[in-house]
Design a protein around this ligand. Structure first.
Ligand code: FAD
Ligand code: NAP
Length: 313
């Protein structure tokens, strides 16, 4: 029986693992279906994590040292997808892809979120063939070429900035005429001469052929005018979906309380409505969706797990 099963290996899960094992728990496994690191590994930069102020480092570089530190005190990693978490009596069963079942005294769910699709014609057809949600991964394919970015949040503008250093021109298409992103980010992007704003507009269609995307149709939603841009990559940054599937019960509901957007309801101790079940990071209500807060949540949840186990003994 595990003392604690941690599901998800982003900043919240890794930090929970560090605090749980350094706090004395011997049997802690983090189930992460891919390489540890989480969403931030897709980012071209991070400049708001205290103590880390290196502009030339990517999110991948940033998370590299986390793993060394977080595994140092005995945290184990299983590269497996978790299908479901259930509670029978006092303990939890963590069901892995393939059906294997693991028993655990406590569970911390840190499964984060995934990029949303915008829903325009051709988005799925050309996804991975010109339509991307990762500038760090795919920006280089458009070296010295124009690209289009869809969205007006922090991710869209930060990634537009990153792309502007590689690509000839970056067209930021946003459905309103004011951005959702933080003011300093907006100001920084405005300073770049090769970033152009296309306001009140959406992507009408991603256009291509058997080889992939060849261009995009951009529609002004106030005038209905459509402009075609040829030879452009398309980067979509329109938000994220909460990854709460592991908490589904057999009736299609959830084993713990969630809000209307599927975010897990926790208190300030990261406790869910189920004793012994904790949630940390982007999956929880009112998550600031920051690395620093996800890490803080993970630490809080792990300390609460240690107290919970002591109370049970
Ligand atoms: P995540 O990082 O989403 O990690 C969740 C992990 O769980 C993933 O690795 C996933 O593979 C795993 N997982 C999910 N489901 C399962 C399952 N069923 N079984 C096993 N594993 C599973 N924040 C900042 O503070 N500063 C920034 O500059 C910044 N830039 C960003 C740039 C981009 C492009 C993006 C996308 C995000 C950025 N953020 C930034 C936000 C930040 O990355 C997130 O807030 C943070 O990563 C959330 O951490 P988390 O651990 O809660 O979840
Ligand atoms: P977000 O803040 O939800 O922004 C999504 C953007 O996409 C919005 O501008 C939205 O327009 C637009 N949009 C949504 N659906 C669309 C559609 N179907 N078609 C066209 N446009 C659409 O998402 P995010 O930028 O990914 O950020 C997610 C969270 O991570 C945020 O809390 C953010 O602060 C955080 N984050 C922080 C940093 C940082 O601190 N440096 C960096 C990245 C992300 P509207 O504005 O009109 O709704």
């Amino acid at each position: 029986m595990l003392d604690c099963a941690i599901i998800g290996g982003g900043p919240a899960g890794l930090t929970a693992g560090l605090y749980a094992t350094r706090g004395g728990l011997k049997n802690v496994t983090m189930f992460e279906m891919g390489l540890p690191g989480g969403q931030i590994t897709q980012s071209s930069e991070i400049e708001n994590y205290p103590g880390f102020f290196e502009h030339d480092k990517t999110g991948m570089d940033f998370m590299d040292t986390w793993q060394k530190q977080c595994f140092h005190f005995g945290l184990k990693h299983e590269m497996k997808k978790v299908e479901r978490v259930s509670k029978t009596g006092e303990h939890f069963t963590v069901t892995l892809e393939g059906g294997e079942e693991i028993e655990a005294m406590t569970v911390i769910v840190c499964t984060g979120s995934v990029p949303k699709r915008a829903g325009f014609k051709g988005e799925e057809e050309y996804f991975g063939k010109g339509v991307s949600t990762c500038a760090t991964c795919d920006g280089f394919f458009y070296k010295d070429k124009p690209v289009t970015v869809l969205g007006g949040g922090d991710t869209a503008l930060e990634e537009a900035f990153y792309l502007s250093n590689i690509c000839s021109d970056v067209y930021v298409v946003h459905r309103r005429d004011t951005f959702r992103a933080a003011p300093p980010t907006i100001e920084r992007v405005k300073q770049k001469e090769n970033i152009h704003f296309v306001f009140d507009s959406v992507i009408e269609e991603a256009v291509g052929n058997a080889m992939g995307l060849t261009g995009v149709d951009i529609k002004n939603i106030k005038t209905d005018e459509i402009t075609h841009m040829e030879n452009t990559g398309l980067f979509v940054f329109v938000g994220h979906n909460v990854r709460n599937e592991v908490l589904n019960d057999e009736e299609g509901g959830f084993i713990c309380e969630v809000n209307d957007w599927g975010q897990v309801i926790v208190d300030l101790s990261m406790k869910t409505s189920v004793a012994g079940l904790f949630a940390a990071g982007d999956i929880r209500i009112e998550a600031p969706k920051q690395v620093v807060s996800a890490a803080g949540d993970g630490a809080v949840a792990a300390l609460q797990v240690i107290s919970y186990i002591q109370e049970q003994q």
